[in-house]
Design a protein around this ligand. Sequence first.
Ligand SMILES: N[C@@H](CCC(=O)N[C@@H](CS)C(=O)NCC(=O)O)C(=O)O
Length: 383
Amino acid sequence: MALVLGYWKIRGLAQPIRHLLAYTGLEFEEVQYDNPDKWFKEDKINLGIEFPNLPYLIDGDFKLTESSAIARYIVSRSGKTELVGKNVEDSANVASLIGVINDALKDIRGLYWNKDYETIKAETLEKARAKFDYLKKFIGDKDFAIGYLTVVDFLLAEHLYYFEALYPNEKANYPFWGRIRHNVESLPQVKAYYDRPTAIRGPFVPPYASLQPKHTSVKLGYWGIRGLAQIPRLLLGYSGVEFEDVLYTDRAVWFENDKKNLGLNFPNIPYLIDGDFNLTESFAIHRYIVRRWGKNELLGKDIKDNARIESLISLFNEVTGAVKALFWNKDHETAKAAVLEKVKPKLDLLEKSLNGKEFALGYLTLADFVIAEDSNYVEAVFP
Ligand SMILES: N[C@@H](CCC(=O)N[C@@H](CS)C(=O)NCC(=O)O)C(=O)O
């Protein structure tokens, strides 16, 4: 008989449990409450649950509440006991990490129900900061918190949405977190949960919460540097697109794992994943972002401006291509002069054409994003 998971029709405390159920392969159904009366006035009273609450899990005659107990029960019931640690020490570490994570996130999650969250969010983070730093040190470059997949990772994966909605700039300080969420969400069984017609994608919290985290199906993957990803990042930001900035700091995570497993048509980084669609080649990514998210003017107001933009970008790429090559050249000091001689006439032409203009075409276009970012390389070599 299928297990039954009951919870509000939101992600909330149930999402890591949904993912865990899907991962273990246990058959389960969901009761998703969107009518409080159905829960408070009917099922809470009539289901015969000893400590009635949401989420609950029903397994035949056995009824259980408390999300952490439910997660442990699912692990035992599925026989995949390595999910709570393969040995005594690992199980202890799993329990310890769950405590640390819950402590670190307790007050931060509380902000979602606080109208004044803006005024106290900085001090709330600083109070929890030491715990995030311990986690960062403990997890290091590992793919999963203790080195292999456990319930801790399901919890971390979900908690990141709450954290990043409040502290978008902090995510970069904790690369382990995005990596773990990515690894959890890339598990085929977790992905398969979203093939269910009843799968809950959002919201995270009830509509009356003060703040709503967002789920993003847009991911940009690249090394944890600016490189070829910076222009796509800037374009996504400018277009107001919520996206996950997947930052690879460990070569193996990309080469041994994601490059093989993400299902990219032409595996490379940067990649852009937009739901079922995936794309590589940074030039194609630039143009896709512009066309997909509606800021079409970035590619020119008409066909002629579009051609001017492409021409400018191409010319500028000839300059930066030669300059960027110096970064990989051991003899760059001696090679510099020849490169400058080659690119100087082109830079002079660009200077003449763009001189005094705020933007290359007089209004913001893709050419400005390219020039703004790639000028950094030219400036670094020829200050
Ligand atoms: N400690 C419990 C907390 C459960 C809880 O607070 N549930 C909230 C939703 S997140 C609820 O609406 N419960 C319904 C009720 O109180 O009957 C757990 O981890 O499961």
